[in-house]
Design a protein around this ligand. Structure first.
Ligand code: GLA
Length: 373
């Protein structure tokens, strides 16, 4: 990499992964529980300091032209598109009081974009990890997810929770990340699919995410209003679901609350099962989570419902949509020797219905962000 000004930038390479969420959907912004794991797909940032410069030259495989960010761009909303995520992290670091030297960054990624696999969190967390190391910023790893989330909430303007940035930063290979989204307490729960003779099929439904931003923000507002009506800080604090449902006059709000409260319960049960070495037994919880997202949270679409139903008919132990919803990916927990049959059954059902062919891969739990060299 050349610094483009005669000086040679000091180099290093950092990576941060995409994620799937095993269970715990739309619970993070309700101060609840999630259980994601990191994918092998990741964003790679090759970077070096530009001595004496106050600019950040960012090139990427997503764009033909490099973008040069200056301090004027470190104002929420100023840079847009993929560069907005990079600028958002730089802004969040400076806003937290850290001095940022100029740098040259080159970004590459194999995290699918628009599939609900957290390509944006992978970008944010790779840039954040690189900048912290390069600039000698002593930001504890445990505090990084909130800073990357702030980049997305405030700079990019997406009201996401903390799950994706936490997964991309904190995950450990061979484990799922049990995260309390209020305290950010973390437990790395063993998640060794191969040892259990299982596989996790990830099926990208390739459904365009229509209206996803509006619908996401609307779900979040409904939950926050419900918590206020119920007199609790967040829906995570609802202990008596029946009493809460009786207290809420609006039927849609009742369904949303029921999803969040029961989903938190399912996450805890899944964690108990994994701690007990009973990985195959989480299947029914995955399927129950899907039904709850379909019927109560109303965030699924025909393609993902079909993939789930066909996977179950073809012998999956459990299946659910993963991520924010309105498209994206489906997870199917399968006996390893059934993976090809399940994959083929879904592809056949999509062809019969005239849906675009799905893309699928097998996922193992990978590591969170780190410096490669
Ligand atoms: C998106 C958001 C996350 C989370 C999920 C739903 O991925 O970025 O914060 O809310 O949706 O669980």
């Amino acid at each position: 990499m050349s610094a483009g000004n005669g000086t040679s930038a000091e180099q290093g390479v950092w990576v941060a992964p995409g994620r799937v969420n095993l269970i715990g959907e739309h619970t993070d912004y309700n101060d609840g529980f999630v259980l994601p794991f990191a994918l092998p797909h990741r964003t790679v940032v090759t970077a070096g300091l530009l001595p004496g410069a106050t600019r950040w030259a960012v090139s990427s495989s997503f764009a033909s032209e490099p973008t040069v960010l200056t301090p004027d761009d470190l104002v929420p909303g100023r840079a847009t598109g993929w560069a907005g995520y990079v600028a958002g992290v730089l802004w969040a670091l400076t806003d937290a009081g850290y001095a940022l030297p100029g740098a040259e960054l080159s970004v590459d990624s194999d995290v699918p974009v628009g599939a609900g696999l957290s390509s944006s969190a992978a970008l944010e967390c790779a840039v954040l990890t690189a900048m912290c190391d390069l600039a000698g910023i002593d930001l504890p790893v445990a505090d990084r997810p909130r800073l990357a989330q702030r980049a997305e909430n405030v700079y990019v303007g997406v009201p996401c929770g903390v799950m994706d940035q936490a997964a991309s930063t904190l995950c450990r290979a061979g484990h799922a990340l049990f995260l309390d989204c209020r305290s950010l307490a973390v437990e790395h729960v063993p998640f060794d699919l191969a040892a259990a003779g299982l596989a996790m099929l990830v099926i990208d439904s390739r459904t365009p995410h229509q209206h996803v931003d509006n619908e996401y923000a609307l779900r979040r507002r409904t939950c926050e209003q419900a918590a206020r009506q119920l007199g609790v800080p967040a829906l995570r604090d609802v202990d008596d679901l029946d009493a809460a449902l009786r207290a809420l006059p609006d039927a849609v709000t009742r369904r949303r609350v029921r999803h969040v409260v029961t989903e938190n319960q399912r996450v805890r049960r899944a964690v108990d099962l994994l701690r007990a070495g009973r990985l195959p037994d989480i299947g029914p919880l995955l399927t129950a989570s899907h039904r709850s997202m379909r019927d109560d949270y109303e965030i699924t679409v025909a393609q993902v419902d079909l993939a789930v139903d066909v996977a179950l008919d073809a012998g999956a132990l459990g299946a659910r949509m993963t991520g924010g919803g309105f498209g994206g990916c489906v997870l199917a927990l399968v006996d390893a020797d059934r993976a090809d049959a399940v994959r083929a059954a879904i592809a056949g059902a999509y062809a019969d219905r005239g849906f675009d062919p799905p893309v699928s891969f097998l996922a193992e739990a990978g590591a969170g962000a780190y410096r490669v060299r």
